[in-house]
Design a protein around this ligand. Structure first.
Ligand SMILES: Nc1ncnc2c1ncn2[C@@H]1O[C@H](COP(=O)(O)OP(=O)(O)OP(=O)(O)O)[C@@H](O)[C@H]1O
Ligand SMILES: C[C@@H](N)C(=O)O
Ligand SMILES: [Mg+2]
Ligand SMILES: [Mg+2]
Length: 303
């Protein structure tokens, strides 16, 4: 098949998308596809011209973050009449917005952390929640901009003054315990990974995600079977409630003292890098990286 791979993009996750895209390009070529890489930059017309010239049967979307994961590029591809991998406009737009996701998941009875949206003026003035709490951009990924405010931390006002992610932020109660994640491929939740950030990482931040040795993955997670089953069920339901297509990945915190699984978010364009979690879970289920990419384009062609 003729496949155009969109990668790079203009979000703060551009470096991650370049790695996801390069890995997908290699894998799709290995599967015998005729691949045209399209490095997406700030000029949309250039991307459209590259797609017109490539005349692909299908577009493999390896973008992450705003404009690549939030419905924007999906809308362009709809206009061009090109089938594309992963979620469509609505699911992408909702899932990239963590507050919209929280509202939709909660309305379906799925567990999210207590939290709210605050303005930077409010955050600068006072603690919006009892410590510890988390401040995060409403629409970012790869832990960009995420801050954990613990008791005695005096960075709150400074964080509010230097905020680069719009006029508001999402604040959530800090959920102690473990860092778990489950990927979904279509109607199948794959597995549960327990992520252990390296000792020197404060939490599962950008470096812990992508630097060699930044974190250790325990797959399958060493938790009671009932917790694994519950996480897989919740991840599949979250995928369905949001109307996701193809693959997604739902991130959790698991407070083992309360036996409480909390959804942090649903990623509609999960990372495809060497340290990423969806490819690792797929491999655990017997699906190689090239097979995963091949499955994604076949799913795209069903719609
Ligand atoms: N309420 C919370 N309680 C505890 N830790 C949290 C909370 N919210 C976020 N975190 C920490 O911050 C990390 C990033 O948060 P989240 O998954 O919401 O953001 P993201 O930037 O979209 O990540 P991704 O790279 O998965 O797209 C989490 O994996 C977790 O370590
Ligand atoms: C790419 C990154 N946002 C992920 O979810 O894997
Ligand atoms: Mg995310
Ligand atoms: Mg996450």
């Amino acid at each position: 098949m003729k496949v155009a791979v969109l990668y790079g993009g203009t979000s703060s996750e551009r470096p991650v998308s370049l790695v996801s895209g390069e890995a997908a390009i290699t894998a799709l070529r290995e599967k015998g596809h005729d691949v045209t890489p399209v490095d997406v930059g700030p000029d949309l017309i250039v991307t459209i011209q590259a797609l017109r010239a490539a005349k692909p049967d299908v577009v493999f979307n390896a973008l992450h973050g705003p404009l690549g994961e939030d419905g924007a590029i999906q809308g362009v591809l709809e206009w061009l009449g090109l089938p594309y991998t992963h979620s469509g406009i609505r699911a992408s737009a909702v899932a990239m917005n963590k507050e919209a996701t929280r509202l939709l998941l909660a309305s379906a009875g799925l567990p999210v952390a207590p939290g709210k949206v605050v303005s930077m003026t409010e955050l600068e003035a006072a603690d919006p929640l009892p410590t510890p709490y988390v401040v995060k951009p409403i629409a970012e990924g790869s832990s960009v901009g995420v801050e954990i405010i613990r008791e005695g931390d005096n960075r709150r006002a400074e964080i509010a003054r230097n905020w680069r992610f719009g006029t508001e932020a999402l604040v959530e109660q800090f959920i102690p315990g473990r860092e778990l994640t489950t990927a979904v491929m279509g109607d199948r939740a794959l597995a549960l990974t327990d992520i252990l950030p390296a000792e020197n990482a404060g939490f599962y931040d950008f470096d812990a995600k992508y630097k060699a040795g930044g974190s250790r993955h325990v797959l399958p997670a060493d938790v009671p079977l009932a917790v694994t089953e519950k996480a897989l069920d919740i991840a599949l339901r979250a995928h369905q409630v949001l109307g996701c297509r193809g693959a997604s990945r739902t991130d959790f915190r698991y407070d083992d003292t309360q036996d409480q699984l909390i959804i942090l978010e649903v990623n509609t364009q999960p990372g495809l890098t060497p340290t990423s979690l969806l490819p690792e879970q797929a491999a655990y289920c017997g699906i190689s990286y090239p097979e995963l990419c091949d499955w994604m384009i076949n799913e795209a062609l069903k719609h």
